[in-house]
Design a protein around this ligand. Sequence first.
Ligand code: PLP
Length: 388
Amino acid sequence: MSFDQLDSALAERRAARLYRRRRTLDSAQGPQVRVDGRDYLAFCSNDYLGLANHPEVVNAFQQAANEYGVGGGASHLVNGHSRVHQQLEEALAEFTGRPRALLFSTGYMANIGAVNALIGKGDAVFEDRLNHASLLDAGLLSGARFQRYLHNDADSLVARLSKTDAVRKLVVTDGVFSMDGDCADLPALCTAAEKHGAWVMVDDAHGFGCLGDTGGGCVEAMGLTMEQVPVLVGTLGKAFGTGGAFVAGSETLIETLIQFARPYIYTTAMPPAVAAATLASLQLITSGQERRAQLARLIARFRQGARELGFELMDSDTPIQPILVGPSDCALALSEALERQGIFVSAIRPPTVPEGSARLRVTLSAAHSDEQVDRLLDGLDRVREVLA
Ligand SMILES: *Cc1c(COP(=O)(O)O)cnc(C)c1O
């Protein structure tokens, strides 16, 4: 048995400068990380509020490990659903202002599970073409008629909605787009969906914690109701700083997921201590106005500085501040040049982003200081010639 065909596919990837290599961290997440034995100032984590290594979150995790041990032990439907999971679900329901919330072990699984519990063969699913891979995979796997509409374009969505005669129709979008940092035009998308009797599902992995007065994400910031966005997904591995995900919605939605979402049913519950840590980070998020204000200041500082240096920024006022480069080798070269100066920013290449739109995905955190952002700008100034 030989793997020659696999080897040639790997070689092709290498030749296209699309090969992925993992870096090994020897520190917690934070502005300062130790990677492969060297210290870096990092701008690529999704730990937007600096909660992944917050003492209160760590302490909640440790206390819960003393009480519940480490392993989740079984699926939620067997005997893995602990008191602290239940408390977190109730807290997330209250946080989102919805009757119920349901925990999943990862955001990828929440998306696969929710889409596939709601639609199947004979139905239709409509996705923004820049949706996160987990949403696209979920739609493709469902067996429903799969259509992509132009990025954030409600007219393009309407053109597709008005041609379908499917009974169940699901419109799926990122809340904040993960690789661009812009927000979905939810009011327009929701109006289009309502007119055509379609459900709307929003995955706000990058909005929760960062947007809205209490960190409730896009839906809170834009003042949308559960009638407009009946299926709301949040992930816990980003601003929450822990891990896992949740879906929030009506009693009927959550019971449907418990009965029919296979990635919910056939997997081990997240470790209870992760749920306990998330309860602590949820408190820090809801009272996190100062962290969000600091983040906004850093975003403004970075955007102004990068503009002055002549970099092409994207239409984003979130902590995701990509610098569009274009060719993959250019993006890699830029990332490597920054790395030589002790600054860690990852290059994002196809197929994660469309062909020809490789970029440096700069992300900011409330844990960064003004001086650290200035160091990044300084570093960018010095590597500018790589782009020319
Ligand atoms: C990160 C991310 C996910 C996946 O969440 P995990 O918990 O990391 O599996 C899903 N959707 C979006 C938009 C994401 O950015």
